[in-house]
Design a protein around this ligand. Structure first.
Ligand SMILES: Cc1cc2nc3c(=O)[nH]c(=O)nc-3n(C[C@H](O)[C@H](O)[C@H](O)COP(=O)(O)O)c2cc1C
Length: 344
């Protein structure tokens, strides 16, 4: 994507460690004059069609996936780049440092990243204070999780605490049960553990909806690494609850996709171009077998406008990316908005 400004930014950023680059780039972008200038430069000039799903009107179908802005520190700066929706988090009740560094690795040959961040975040109170201050008027999703120190049996308490705290400031909420970097978290995707979690959350959700006089939609984010049978089980349990849909997907634990790469043995979730076909295949499987009323959000490997459109063809109504944004910059937002706005 021809963008000399981004090419220069990327050269500087990629000369730093991945985490230092993240802080450096977002630090610059959040200076108000830079944000204003980026907004003029990158807001889509082409057609941009709003899209209604789950009772929300999205300015366009393209969103930033969770994990880039874990604390909601950069909502206005990221919003200036033309995203229709931004998902902040994953946030946990208490602040926690995450895993020791290094925990984020670039694999440029594959347009990929491996991360084992481990929900490093400043806690839900900090995130809520940021969300209250935001000026950007796009759709704000808040992605919630559990602290590493909370046992799996008690995890519903962490999700419930976060749901209660974020309800007023979120436009929608995502329940993240699919990060590979919090021990045993993915067990919440199955059987009784899933049922127990959804029992608690959906009960609380209906109380919050009447308390606030507003129904905030709720998505569940799943891993691509579930087998067909596991996806069937997940759907047959989750369809008993009034969730609005599923995000397919989080990062993958697969390593065959990057066999022989020097970083292939790093623990963590793999994301980016290299997982695109796999994520699309899982998305279309979920689309074929899930209730029609569910709204699917497709994530995993989007690195061009065509890739964003392919998510819609595979059954998604909305699209998110993270890794493609690191490798291709803000033009990817613009191209994806333009390409998906043309679709019905
Ligand atoms: C560094 C990094 C951190 C992430 N952190 C989170 C997170 O906190 N919560 C979450 O639900 N997903 C997280 N993700 C997963 C992304 O939101 C996304 O689902 C996944 O990377 C696939 O999309 P992509 O190929 O466009 O990156 C993270 C991904 C990366 C690369």
């Amino acid at each position: 994507m021809n963008d000399p400004l981004y090419a220069l930014t990327r050269r500087i950023a990629f000369s730093k460690s991945p985490e230092a680059a993240h802080d450096w780039a977002l630090g610059w972008m959040s200076k108000p004059w830079v944000a204003r200038w980026l907004s003029q430069r990158y807001q889509s000039q082409g057609p941009s069609q709003s899209y209604t799903a789950a009772g929300l009107t999205f300015p366009n179908r393209i969103g930033l996936a969770a994990g880039l802005d874990k604390n909601g520190d950069y909502i206005d700066a990221l919003g200036a780049l033309g995203f229709g929706f931004i998902e902040i988090g994953t946030v946990t009740p208490k602040p926690q440092p995450g895993n020791p560094q290094p925990r984020l690795f670039r694999l440029p040959e594959h347009g990929a990243l491996i991360n084992r961040m481990g929900f490093n975040n400043l806690g839900v109170d900090h995130l809520v204070a940021n969300a209250e201050k935001r000026q950007w008027r796009g759709i704000l999703g808040i992605n919630i999780g559990k602290n590493a120190s909370t046992s799996l049996e008690d995890s519903h308490k962490d999700y419930a605490h976060c749901l209660e705290r974020v309800y007023a400031v979120a436009d929608y909420i995502t329940v993240n049960i699919s990060s590979p970097n919090t021990k045993d978290l993915r067990q919440l995707q199955h059987g009784e553990a899933l049922r127990a979690l959804l029992d608690t959350l959906m009960n609380q959700h209906s109380q919050l909806a009447s308390q606030h006089g507003a129904h905030k939609p709720l998505w569940v984010k799943i891993a691509p690494d579930m087998s067909d049978a596991e996806i069937h089980d997940f759907i047959s349990t989750a369809r008993d609850y009034p969730i609005n849909g599923v995000i397919v997907s989080n990062t993958t634990s697969r390593r065959d996709l990057i066999q022989g790469h020097p970083s292939a043995d790093e623990a963590g979730g793999l994301s980016g171009e290299v997982m695109r076909e796999f994520a699309n295949e899982r998305l279309s499987f979920v689309a074929q077998h899930s209730p029609d009323k569910w709204c699917l959000i497709g994530a995993g490997g989007v690195s061009s406008g065509e890739d964003a459109a392919a998510k819609i063809s595979a059954g998604a109504e909305l699209v998110q990316f993270y890794t493609g944004f690191i490798y291709h910059g803000p033009r990817l937002v613009q191209r994806s908005v333009e390409r998906t706005s043309a679709l019905s």
